[in-house]
Design a binder for this molecule. Structure first.
Ligand SMILES: *[C@@H]1O[C@H](CO)[C@@H](O)[C@H](O)[C@H]1NC(C)=O
Ligand SMILES: *[C@@H]1O[C@H](CO)[C@@H](O)[C@H](O)[C@H]1NC(C)=O
Ligand SMILES: *[C@@H]1O[C@H](CO)[C@@H](O)[C@H](O)[C@H]1NC(C)=O
Ligand SMILES: *[C@@H]1O[C@H](CO)[C@@H](O)[C@H](O)[C@H]1NC(C)=O
Ligand SMILES: *[C@@H]1O[C@H](CO)[C@@H](O)[C@H](O)[C@H]1NC(C)=O
Ligand SMILES: *[C@@H]1O[C@H](CO)[C@@H](O)[C@H](O)[C@H]1NC(C)=O
Length: 470
């Protein structure tokens, strides 16, 4: 019997050893190996995904991740604006504490010297890396993505992101425009690539490097789509024939809505194709055929994003890192696709504040892999038969993105910062959100597969520990 087995047999006596051996069982090694973290942050993605019950959107790779994850059905951002939401969940503090409701200040200067999720991992021995849009760029992260505090190496930004808002969209007139709707021939655009493709390639290069690293890694990958403009490889449009696109079920601006609750989506009005519609300010409306086109391009951008997530996760699998890496998937906030007359984030309606949130934890939300087995094979959304995969486990309680900090720290077995006092401006290390770790107890899973572990250990339930060790 292996040494790890003895520990479990002496369960009542050797608590510390049991913790160590449970960790060993999960890492497939006789030494304690910490779990890596892959944090995927998507920009402006509402839960329009197969795994959230959307019947139209094709997101087979994200659905596959969900099938091995614990998925939160009712997760909400602190605020439906990129910079405040990201600064909030990355520091684990509410916008009222970071004092950031827009884009114009850096919390370390204007609020308090608050620690961040990556900083916490870095200070606990992790190699922390940022690819793409993780912190919001600009002053809100001191023009450096909060380097050097949060990251071990300089953050990566795809070189082609500078073309996002330039005239690279071929219009019906054959000329190039800065449009909202921007399906492109990738071979034709500057540099012959798109930001999210470059970010996926860079993330895979970093995973390859980390495979042989003695230290665990925390890799954050921030995707740009489906943020406007909808600039995506044009073949993705074919997944969504216009005749299949429905309009928002509640497209009216609610009667008596106070103006402060409404945002007139000036950002999309500035696009050349939207300008040409001569919409009235502030309420529009947008003609129905153009509404369909916006929805089509949003969904196409989601499917394009899904392929990038698919390539990233299948690389993680190929590098045999899926056994030892926690994957968290989240969006900074949602986006209204015509609901209540809105075409934007910004509001407090649930379409703008509700987000996808799921966690894959090896050995906990899914069994550890057999040698040679793959959890995340790439799925082509263009395959005619794509089976919808149900989420592995779901939670319907209301949760908030503030919980990301304590949850990731807890799942990785790091010290979880204490609850913040009120006010907490002077406290560098504390958290305002609740840890979600308590949800990672799967009583309803097959008893043969999951065995109750010890509270306080890294794992509450360890797959096959029973079969292998007892
Ligand atoms: C994952 O861990 C299990 C259990 O330790 C081990 O048997 C398996 O070979 C590992 N799989 C991969 C793909 O590394
Ligand atoms: C266990 O770890 C040692 C050193 O850290 C390494 O050489 C060995 O390949 C690992 N074994 C497995 C099964 O991962
Ligand atoms: C803020 O925190 C960082 C990281 O802990 C530390 O290096 C820095 O000195 C602090 N700055 C101030 C002004 O206290
Ligand atoms: C922000 O960046 C500038 C320029 O790199 C640097 O001098 C300054 O110390 C940074 N601010 C903080 C609070 O770290
Ligand atoms: C479009 O709708 C038709 C009729 O409901 C359906 O047969 C077809 O599969 C749909 N196409 C796509 C790409 O969803
Ligand atoms: C918008 O206004 C311009 C200038 O008045 C006009 O040429 C154009 O036809 C109008 N477009 C639409 C869609 O009404």
């Amino acid at each position: 019997m292996p040494p790890a087995g003895w520990c479990l047999l002496w369960l009542g006596l050797l608590l510390a050893s049991v913790c160590t051996s449970l960790e060993s069982a999960a890492s497939g090694n006789s030494t304690t190996a910490p779990l890596n973290v892959l944090l995927i942050i998507v920009d402006d993605l509402r839960p329009s995904l197969g795994c959230y019950g959307d019947k139209l959107v094709r997101s087979p790779n994200i659905d596959q991740l969900a099938s091995h994850s614990l998925l939160f059905q009712n997760a909400f951002a602190q605020q439906a604006v990129c910079a405040p939401s990201r600064v909030s969940f990355l520091t684990g503090r509410r916008p009222d504490t970071t004092r950031l409701y827009d884009f114009n200040s850096y919390w370390r200067v204007h609020a308090g010297n608050f620690s961040t999720i990556p900083q916490h991992f870095k200070e606990n021995g992790y190699v922390t890396m940022s690819v793409g849009k993780v912190f919001h760029p600009g002053i809100s992260s001191n023009y450096s993505d909060d380097s050097p505090f949060s990251w071990s190496v300089p953050p990566y930004h795809p070189s082609s992101e500078k073309y996002e808002n330039t005239k690279t969209c071929r219009g019906p007139d054959g000329k190039l425009h800065a449009n909202l709707l921007c399906p492109v021939d990738v071979a034709d655009v500057p540099e012959g690539t798109l930001p999210d493709k470059q970010s996926t390639e860079q993330a895979i290069r970093l995973l390859e490097k980390m495979k042989t690293s003695a230290r665990p890694f925390f890799l954050a990958v921030g995707y740009h789509k489906p943020h406007i403009p909808f600039r995506y490889p044009k073949e993705f449009q074919k997944l969504y024939p216009l005749e299949n696109i429905t309009l928002a079920p509640d497209p009216q601006v609610p009667a008596g809505l106070p103006p402060v609750a409404y945002n007139p989506w000036m950002d999309i009005r500035q696009r050349e194709d939207v300008q040409a519609l001569n919409l009235s300010v502030p309420y529009g409306p947008i003609p129905a055929d153009f509404q369909r086109k916006i929805r089509q391009s949003y969904f196409a951008s989601v499917s394009y994003l899904d392929t990038q997530v698919g390539h990233l996760l299948s690389a993680l699998d190929d590098l045999q890192l899926a056994n030892s890496t926690i994957i968290a998937f989240v969006s900074d906030h949602g986006w209204a696709l015509g609901e209540h007359g809105e075409w934007a984030k910004y509001s407090n309606f649930d379409v703008a504040t509700r987000v996808p949130l799921m966690f894959y934890v090896p050995g906990r939300t899914a069994p550890l892999l057999e040698a040679g087995e793959k959890l995340f094979p790439y799925i082509d959304p263009f395959d005619s038969i794509v089976e919808l995969m149900e989420p592995g486990q779901q939670v319907t309680d209301l949760v908030e993105l503030l919980s990301l900090f304590p949850t990731l720290a807890g799942l990785a077995g790091l010290h979880v910062p204490p609850r913040c006092p009120v006010p907490s401006f002077r406290v560098a290390q504390c958290r305002e959100g609740q840890s979600l770790v308590k949800y990672f107890r799967f009583q309803d899973l097959d008893e043969d597969q999951y065995l109750p572990g010890m509270v306080g250990c890294r794992y509450t339930f360890i797959q096959e520990a029973g079969n292998n060790l007892l």
